[in-house]
Design a protein around this ligand. Structure first.
Ligand code: NAP
Length: 316
């Protein structure tokens, strides 16, 4: 089995940027992605705060451009859901990592974790049973099914507000349910939400159950201040309450923070030599495409220095 210089786990903006930098630095690089490259970005209708695109660009188009650019420098991309990572040694006795996916096994001198996160679930009765039957975690994928319907959006961050605004293009009415009395989302999104006539807010409230026979018909709401419970009829429930990092494959190997994000130093190096992390799976203050890309570049540079040291060709 050939040994890669770098294996990148995850094909969102962080992973694709790391892949572009590593391939351009002439490191033999493989990027593993569970499904199609793009991560959360490919599910975003429009991104308007990535520099260089006044007026914004669709998430899918940006991802396609990133992929094309990285592949153009020689990045290999394979599909594979990473199950486990094990320490190993090359035939020449160098430290390396074995990456085990559902159907294959790969070896690399260094790893860059760029595996992002998956949507956090509400964990209330009816959510699981009605997923795909009115419950959704992706407005871009499912919004068009709710033309002229009543939609509930749960959450108060950038994702909830941005996606609620997008859903007003389809829904008769969109009700945003948030557990506080003000939004966490950025000010510009708040202004747009307040100005949108189709969007209304239910403050200080949580969804405690989702009901429906075969498809969503209503949600049960609980006001956290008055403790009053009410039922709200709706056809769709879109849940945007943050992410859970995908780091299970590294949890025995590197230090994670209390929420499961990978801790790194300023150069993106995790607590084990030869393992780096970037993007939304990394412990940090701000999750944006622009810093995911910057972290990908830095992780790749640091991985390159580590590989050169290991090969005894470092430029000192
Ligand atoms: P987030 O910023 O963590 O916000 C999650 C929201 O869901 C919060 O308002 C939180 O309430 C609420 N929440 C969490 N758990 C809940 C529960 N069990 N029940 C009810 N509500 C719950 O997550 P996000 O909006 O997905 O954004 C993730 C990151 O991506 C952020 O850094 C964000 O800035 C970034 N992002 C940026 C853009 C953009 O720049 N255009 C777009 C999307 C996402 P509390 O406020 O009470 O904690």
């Amino acid at each position: 089995m050939e040994t890669y210089d770098v294996i990148i786990i995850g094909g969102g903006p962080a992973g694709l940027t790391a892949g572009m930098y590593s391939s351009r630095a002439r490191m033999k690089t493989l990027l593993l992605e569970k499904s199609a490259p793009g991560g959360q970005l490919s599910l975003t209708d429009k991104i308007e705060n990535y520099p260089g695109f006044p007026g914004g660009i669709s998430g899918m188009e940006l991802v396609e451009n990133m992929k094309k650019q990285a592949v153009g420098f020689g990045l290999e991309i394979a599909s594979g859901d990473v199950r486990e990572v094990r320490e190993s040694e090359t035939e020449k006795g160098k430290d390396c990592w074995e990456v085990i996916t559902t159907g294959s096994q790969y070896t690399a001198l260094t790893l860059i974790a760029a595996s992002g996160g998956s949507a956090r679930k509400l964990d209330v009765p009816g959510e699981k049973e009605l997923t795909g039957r009115g419950v959704s975690y992706c407005a871009t994928c499912d919004g068009a099914f709710f033309k002229g319907k009543d939609i509930v959006v749960v959450g108060g961050g950038d994702a909830a507000v941005e996606e609620a605004l997008f859903l007003t293009k389809f829904g008769r009415q969109v009700t945003l349910v948030h557990r506080r009395d003000r939004l966490r989302a950025s000010k510009i999104l708040q202004e747009r939400a307040e100005a949108n006539e189709k969007l209304r807010f239910t403050w200080d409230s949580v969804v405690t159950a989702i009901s429906g026979d075969k498809k969503v018909q209503s949600v049960k709401l609980k006001n956290l201040k008055t403790h009053k419970e009410t039922d709200l009829s709706c056809d769709g429930v879109f849940i945007f309450i943050g992410f859970v990092p995908v780091t299970h494959y590294l949890k025995e190997l590197v230090n994670l923070d209390d929420k499961g994000y990978i801790k790194t130093d300023n150069n993106m190096s995790a607590s084990r030599k030869g393992v780096f992390a970037c993007g939304d799976c990394r412990s940090k203050l701000l999750q944006q495409v622009v810093n995911a890309c910057g972290e990908g570049a830095l992780a790749s540079y640091s991985a390159g220095q580590y590989v050169d040291e290991l090969k005894g060709v470092a430029y000192k």
